[in-house]
Design a protein around this ligand. Structure first.
Ligand code: FES
Length: 380
């Protein structure tokens, strides 16, 4: 309180205070983002559909992408309306960043103050906005921290390509210490967090149903074309699932399934909705669904799993279906973030060799340039 009054009324104190709280270490949290308001849905879809890191049309990417985005906008707007009018992903990411930095200031005073910057790929605040703000703040060190625990060229990779393009256009600032946390699918605290959330959900089931419940780990699917290019996402999601089940001592039957397929081309399966239908046919009655590749709630959990999948389950004769919450602000999840950054700050590994290695069948020229750029600025 006293500090606030001094800051407000005393210019000398204000100058001292702003210098002493100037962030030293920036942590840029990358994610895809989601529209906070219905009116952002059209732009959001347009950006996804014209992003060649996500989807590659054989020709006229912008025209086809724009056409698909326009066609899908009313349907998607309706879905956002049904979950309360917007995505909560900004709220969760901001909170996660605040909790992360607060703890880091305590545990790593030599790199404090830390400041989190939210960098979304398809809605504001954009990745470019986060970089700009960070540069204005004049930080000494920047850590790019992907909020996709499992790396895919279509998600994390797309955001990293944006960062490359930004610095290519604006130049890379001299003296900025730069490093990357690109994947963390096997972090033990992440697995413990999911295991804790699953245990709690299993305990909400009637005792006689608990043992028979099938744990369905659901992750966003990927076109098979991307999988065959060598995208590491499916194997990294599988690693998280195995660690979680190890923590749970393989207490229940489980299955990894894939959701959110769009378009007519083949995608990685089995699909979440079809699995529920088939399990219904096999006579299964109880399911616990885990969004294993999402670290916070958004449309894929709140609509696709909580509304659409529940409908499918009812029709398929499933008697109980429960959905495990995303990690959000779970203390174990925040501890995972803190542990990752703390160890990263102390290590000499500015970027993993895996990140710098392209998919064996990558034909994207931007990936090549981007990897070369990151190798250089991470001082390898
Ligand atoms: Fe994976 Fe280019 S598509 S590195």
């Amino acid at each position: 309180m006293l500090t606030k009054i001094f800051v407000r009324y005393c210019p000398l104190w204000r100058r001292y205070y702003s210098n002493s709280t100037k962030p030293k270490t920036a942590i840029i949290l990358l994610n895809m983002g989601g529209p906070q308001h219905i009116h952002q849905v059209g732009d959001y879809l347009h950006r996804i559909m014209t992003d060649r890191d996500v989807i590659q049309f054989p020709f006229a990417q912008n025209i086809i992408g724009e056409w698909i985005a326009k066609r899908r906008t009313p349907d998607v707007q309706k879905k956002y309306q049904e979950i309360g009018g917007g995505s909560p992903i900004l709220k969760w990411t901001t909170l996660q960043g605040d909790l992360l930095c607060k703890q880091l200031d305590k545990e790593s005073p030599e790199t404090a103050p830390h400041k989190a910057y939210v960098g979304f790929r398809y809605v504001p605040p954009f990745t470019e906005d986060a970089l700009e703000e960070m540069l204005k703040d004049g930080v000494e060190r920047a850590i790019i921290f992907s909020q996709y625990p499992q790396y895919s060229c279509a998600t994390s990779g797309s955001s990293f390509n944006v960062i490359y393009r930004y610095f290519k256009e604006h130049g890379f600032p001299k003296g900025l210490k730069f490093s990357i946390i690109d994947r963390w699918s096997v972090h033990p605290l992440l697995a413990q967090c999911f295991a804790d959330l699953i245990r709690k959900e299993l305990h909400k089931l009637p005792e006689d149903k608990r043992k028979e419940a099938v744990i369905l780990f659901s992750a966003h699917s990927l076109p098979l074309k991307a999988v065959n290019r060598g995208d590491s996402y499916p194997s990294e999601v599988g690693c998280t699932v195995q660690l979680v089940m190890w923590d749970l001592k393989y207490c229940n039957p489980y299955q990894l399934v894939w959701q959110s397929k769009v378009g007519p081309l083949p995608w990685l399966g089995p699909f979440t909705d079809e699995t529920v239908k088939m399990y219904g046919k096999q006579g299964k009655k109880t399911l616990v669904v885990v969004p294993i590749a999402f670290v916070n709630e958004h449309i894929e959990t709140l609509h696709e799993l909580d509304i659409e999948l529940v409908e499918d389950a009812k029709k398929a004769g499933i008697e109980i279906i429960r959905r495990v919450p995303a990690p959000n602000d779970h203390p174990l999840f925040i501890s995972a973030l803190v542990d990752l950054v703390k160890h990263h700050l102390k290590s000499n590994l500015a970027v993993t060799p895996k990140f710098l290695n392209r998919c064996p069948h990558c034909e994207n020229a931007i990936c090549k340039q981007s990897k070369e750029f990151f190798a250089e600025v991470c001082n390898l």
